[in-house]
Design a protein around this ligand. Structure first.
Ligand code: FAQ
Length: 310
């Protein structure tokens, strides 16, 4: 380290202490944090759409109340995460602009359609399950505001995961047709859920540096394996199978082996060509435009208040 500031930063990371907004940090660290936190925030906000699609068609008042609460939680997660990003000196209006102009990413998973109500359960079980698996270690991420946001987010994600599993358990106790709906939804969501963890380690440009900075605590492949290992017994308990003939317990490794993920599909979705990319962005853009009057009113109100106290 060349400077006092650099060595202070490195010592902080080494001792597992937190980097806080006012601390000096290398430009690359700040960039990485903005990139990851913004992508995460965008995912929560875009992630409201697939399930939001079912709020008006939930099969009972109870299911509707649960789903509304879950989708509202996702809005909340997006807001804490935009706030965490703002501690790094960026502006959320600017981040939103980057999202709707396609310059920043959001999770690939939210570009798949929700075709039946079973998808609500499977998103809770597998998508929130994968999110928890990825995010629990991020509670120990080196950037303080991000790590602290993750604590509350993970608690809420656990509730989301349970509601999904409970919904599926209920459907599996129902008719043959309901059981088929669950299996069909699992077949569609399993592989995209594995893609949530990101490209394989050998193909992940950011992992090495993010691990060194303790932004990430595990590699993409480690977390993907952990998710497969925890999901197989849950599938057995539920009475569904995963669409992977190569899925098998490997006693030597102490893990489940699984088949090859279709990384061409993943890349294609990231390039904007997934089944719902265009629709997700168009809807986000429309919501932003339709909300312009709220932002204008809030700004006018704040200006008036400032005048009154001046
Ligand atoms: N989708 O070098 P790496 C949720 C990009 S959960 C799209 O491995 P990194 C909860 C990556 O950004 C979902 N892009 O990158 C919920 C990079 O591109 P860039 C959100 C992906 O950052 C549930 C490039 O590929 N969770 O929202 C994906 O070290 C239900 C190379 O990749 C988070 O964001 C992907 N799946 O590792 C809400 C968790 N994977 O930026 C509603 C926090 C990779 O260089 C309903 N994020 N890319 O242009 C992370 O842990 C990390 O950012 C990873 C990627 C693990 C996602």
């Amino acid at each position: 380290p060349e400077t006092e500031l650099e060595s202070h930063f490195e010592r902080t990371i080494e001792r597992d202490q937190r980097i806080e907004p006012r601390d000096w940090a290398p430009e690359g660290y700040r960039k990485t944090m903005v990139r990851q936190i913004a992508q995460h925030a965008h995912s929560e906000i875009i992630g409201m759409q697939p399930e939001g699609n079912w709020i008006t068609r939930a099969p009972s008042l109870r299911r509707k109340a649960i789903l509304l609460a879950k989708v509202q939680d996702e809005a909340g997660h997006g807001l804490y995460l935009y706030s965490a990003a703002e501690t790094l000196g960026v502006d959320r209006a600017d981040l939103t602009e980057k999202l709707i102009s396609g310059r920043q990413k959001y999770s690939s998973i939210f570009n798949y359609p929700t075709l039946t109500f079973a998808d609500v359960g499977v998103i809770g079980w597998l998508v929130d399950g994968a999110a928890i698996c990825n995010q629990v270690p991020l509670c120990r991420s080196s950037y303080g505001p991000y790590a602290r946001a993750m604590v509350r987010i993970c608690k809420e994600e656990s509730f989301h995961q349970r509601q999904g599993y409970e919904l599926l358990m209920t459907m599996m106790r129902g008719t043959g047709q309901q059981r088929e709906m669950v299996q069909e939804a699992v077949d569609r969501w399993w592989w995209p859920s594995l893609m949530m963890f990101g490209p394989p380690d050998a193909d992940s440009p950011n992992t090495a540096q993010s691990m060194a900075w303790k932004v990430k605590r595990h590699t993409n492949d480690e977390l993907r394996q952990r998710f497969v290992d925890m999901s197989v017994p849950q599938a057995e308990a539920l009475g569904v199978t995963f669409p992977d003939p190569d899925l098998a317990w490997n006693a030597d490794r102490g893990h489940y082996d699984f088949g090859a993920v279709d990384w061409a599909e993943f890349k294609n979705v990231l390039q904007g060509n997934g089944p719902c990319n265009a629709q997700r962005i168009a809807r986000r853009r429309r919501a932003h435009d339709e909300g312009a009057w709220v932002r204008e009113a809030a700004a006018a109100h704040a200006a008036k208040n400032q005048e009154a106290t001046a």
